[in-house]
Design a protein around this ligand. Structure first.
Ligand code: SF4
Length: 350
């Protein structure tokens, strides 16, 4: 593994993934000749690491860049700049961002992305057998039909699907069952990293809990590492070891889950946490309503991107970009007043 990037986060444990200064800029083309007039900076200089066996939650409002970041990591889209170091099972580290397509083909089996919508992420013309077998065949992991069928049955059983339904098509399954099919497919080539992009957002609350429990069980059994992208902080709190908060393409806070939820150090995190529902009638809901729109990533404000919406903003906030600094052990934030502000978190009593 190469030298770690900026002090973006914790360095202990075996690092499976290191994202270093990653950028994804989408050009804005205008006019008859489609000349480039500017860029939408969807991901702007983001660095963090994920340890083996860890669940790293990534949160932020719609448009924060979290999904784009996940898609860059699995090379569903090309990043503009930066590096994505990924440790292969043999210990060798490769930079996914710069890997040639031919080499990428050989390592794709080690990471996978699960999508939000279990209705549209499965090909309706393929049976469950074909859907789950596809990555096995594509990666030439097994060749004989009998072996492939046995492996598909094994995976269906692991994710709680009835193996009798091997030849059914996606429309015959409920939303939760379809997400289980997607999870079985992602497990087929025995990956080490799974990027879950809003993987339970489209499901009913009771089904969400079942899928989250399944992911946790599978993580323990197969030593999986998750990058869990979600806007629902309750879900992220439940499943994550550490959490990163994104705002307009940048990481603004990163900490162990307990630390971030109980003691946020960035006003944006505080506002997001104030919207987490509580089941305790004694706990008074005092939601912080963010005024104004999320900043435009094509034309962000000066200084701290959050300053037009921040109730703690001072003059310096519009003038200078706040530095990324470690506020306490393993707790990082980018706010000029991260050490001083008395921000409200959510307690363990919820
Ligand atoms: Fe708010 Fe200023 Fe901190 Fe930005 S730097 S989050 S505007 S207090």
């Amino acid at each position: 593994m190469p030298e770690p990037a900026q002090a973006a986060n914790d360095e202990s444990g075996d690092i499976l993934l290191e994202v270093r200064n990653l950028k994804k800029y989408f050009p804005i083309e205008k006019g008859f000749f489609r000349s480039v007039q500017g860029y939408v900076k969807a991901v702007d200089d983001v660095s963090f690491t994920i340890r083996e066996g860890e669940t790293f939650g990534l949160v932020g409002e719609s448009g924060s860049g979290k999904t784009t970041l996940g898609r860059c990591i699995v090379r569903a889209i090309e990043s503009t700049d930066g590096q994505i170091f990924f440790r292969l099972p043999d210990g060798e580290s490769v930079d996914l961002a710069s890997l040639e397509k031919s080499d990428l083909r050989n390592v794709r089996k080690y990471f996978h992305m699960i999508f939000q919508d279990p209705y549209s992420s499965l090909d309706p013309r393929m049976s469950v057998l074909e859907i789950i077998a596809e990555p096995i065949r594509n990666n030439k992991l097994l060749s004989e039909s009998r072996q492939i069928q046995d492996r598909v049955r094994e995976l269906m059983d692991k994710v709680g699907l009835d193996i009798q339904h091997l030849n059914r098509y996606p429309h015959a399954f409920s939303g939760g069952q379809r997400q289980r099919i997607g999870i079985a497919r992602s497990l087929a080539p025995s990956p080490s990293l799974i990027v879950c992009d809003e993987a339970v957002s489209a499901l009913d609350v009771s089904i969400q809990a079942q899928i989250l429990n399944l992911l946790e069980d599978l993580q323990e059994e197969f030593n999986l590492t998750f990058l869990f992208i979600a806007h629902d902080l309750s879900v992220v709190e439940h499943i994550s070891d550490r959490v990163g908060v994104m705002y307009v393409g940048k990481l603004v806070e990163l900490a162990d889950t307990e630390s971030l939820f109980s003691n946020p150090r960035h006003p944006y995190s505080e506002a997001l946490l104030s919207a987490v529902p509580t089941t305790d009638p004694e706990v008074k809901m005092d939601r912080i309503i963010l005024t104004g729109e999320v900043a435009n990533p094509a034309d962000p404000p000066s200084g701290c991107y959050f300053h037009p919406r921040c109730r703690y903003a001072q003059d310096i906030c519009a003038q200078e970009t706040p530095p990324w600094k470690e506020i306490s052990a393993r707790h990082f934030a980018a706010c000029h007043f991260a050490e001083e502000l008395e921000l409200r978190g959510v307690g363990p009593e919820r």
